[in-house]
Design a binder for this molecule. Structure first.
Ligand SMILES: Nc1ncnc2c1ncn2[C@@H]1O[C@H](COP(=O)(O)OP(=O)(O)OP(=O)(O)O)[C@@H](O)[C@H]1O
Ligand SMILES: [Mg+2]
Length: 376
């Protein structure tokens, strides 16, 4: 592709060095071309052998495409430069280069270093998806059965919270869903722990205003953004209405909306005050005095939209006062901790059975490879 004129953005993606880069662009816009050129640039200008690069894809076909296009690109360079021995050597090295799927890369790490892991013997097998799903169900059934039998208190609490009468499927589904979800994280257990600890409100804050907590703070910031935005938009129509003496009553209506929102905005550092003010904001009805002026109708539409948006935000945010909100988060933490315990139990048992059968699944492959890389 030596005759291609790369765009400025493509050049950035080709030559950027020493930092992580993310290239996101439309289908067919040249992402693979850029990546191939990046590799060629590393080989030729930075004198890095192709077998020292790791190029991973998600699918086998993408890996083959990549390999082929790199080979083509090297041949093109050789055409321009037939004497170049470095380029010729790269063709040989390409055979043992790591241009592959992420799964086959991880698998290779495990096969070459399995002795680093306690959880696996060298003759492990990758299980079929169906086998894995079945095993998960089996493990879950067994855990649930045992918990019913010993009348595990935490478990009964979870059943009461998440399931309906005589059907515990929703809790089973929840455990599996969260378990699967956290597997996409490098350190699933730690990640889950961190997220759940976010609900563990610090003792010192229990009697404080809800705005002092992580959750209260986030909620108020969100409301603030929306309120500021609404005020700005209302002020724009206020300005236009102020030029029309016959629309004085509409002007006053908007004025009143702004005043109320300003008052809320100035108190958004305190949850209970905001709760009080937001729940008492009244958007009075729009004056129905007839007018032929177009701006009146426009102003009404803008205002209606803002009114609807603000009312929706208030009704979903200011449900509880500080005391109730903090209690709600505390209750949630209590339940989530029990759920976390159940998920970890599932994880332990599921891992144990996989080990027993000497099988791994695709998420094991990634996590084992990461464990090894972290140790090396
Ligand atoms: N700056 C450019 N000038 C001319 N042709 C270009 C340029 N950038 C890319 N191309 C060409 O556009 C075509 C599509 O590029 P490429 O296959 O790299 O896109 P892609 O983003 O990887 O596509 P997909 O989303 O399908 O994977 C190729 O033929 C490539 O050579
Ligand atoms: Mg592509």
């Amino acid at each position: 592709m030596s005759n291609v004129e790369w765009t400025k953005e493509q050049q950035d993606a080709i030559y950027e060095k020493g930092s992580n880069i993310l290239v996101a662009a439309a289908a067919g816009s040249g992402k693979t071309a850029v990546l191939v050129e990046r590799i060629i640039h590393k080989i030729i200008d930075e004198k890095i052998d192709i077998d020292k690069l790791l190029v991973v894809t998600f699918t086998n076909s993408a890996a083959s495409e990549m390999r082929e296009r790199v080979l083509d690109a090297i041949y093109k360079k050789i055409d321009e430069n037939p004497e170049n021995e470095n380029l010729q050597r790269q063709i040989t090295l390409l055979n043992k280069s790591s241009i592959c799927t992420i799964d086959s890369f991880c698998l290779e790490i495990i096969r070459n270093n399995f002795y680093e892991l306690e959880d696996i013997s060298p003759n492990f097998r990758i299980a079929e998806q169906a086998e894995i799903e079945l095993l998960k169900q089996e493990v879950l059934e067994d855990i649930f059965e045992n918990k019913y039998e010993i009348e595990d208190e935490d478990f009964i609490k979870l059943i009461k919270t998440y399931t309906s009468y005589k059907d515990d499927t929703p809790l089973k589904e929840l455990v599996l869903k969260i378990y699967s979800y956290i597997q996409s994280n490098p350190f699933p257990r730690q990640w889950l722990e961190d997220k759940i600890e976010m609900f563990n409100i610090n003792e010192n804050l229990l009697e404080e205003d809800f705005s002092k907590t992580f959750w209260g703070d986030i909620l108020l910031k969100q409301v603030k953004e929306e309120v500021i935005d609404s005020i700005l938009n209302l002020e724009k129509i206020e300005k236009r209405l102020s030029l029309e003496p016959e629309l004085e009553s509409s002007y006053q209506t908007i004025r009143k909306d702004i005043e109320q929102l300003e008052n809320l905005k100035n108190n958004l550092n305190n949850w209970d005050k905001s709760y009080e003010i937001a729940n008492n904001i009244k958007f009075v009805s729009w004056p129905n005095k007839k007018s032929t002026l177009e701006i009146k109708e426009q102003a009404k539409n803008v205002r209606d939209e803002i009114k609807k948006k603000m009312q929706k935000t208030f009704s979903k945010t200011f449900i509880y006062n500080s005391k109730e909100a903090i209690k709600d988060i505390k209750d949630m933490y209590n339940i989530l901790s029990k759920l976390q315990k159940l998920i970890l139990e599932f994880d332990n048992e599921f891992s144990r059975r996989k080990r027993e059968k000497n099988i791994v699944d695709f998420s094991d492959i990634e996590h084992f490879a990461l464990q090894i890389l972290n140790r090396l």
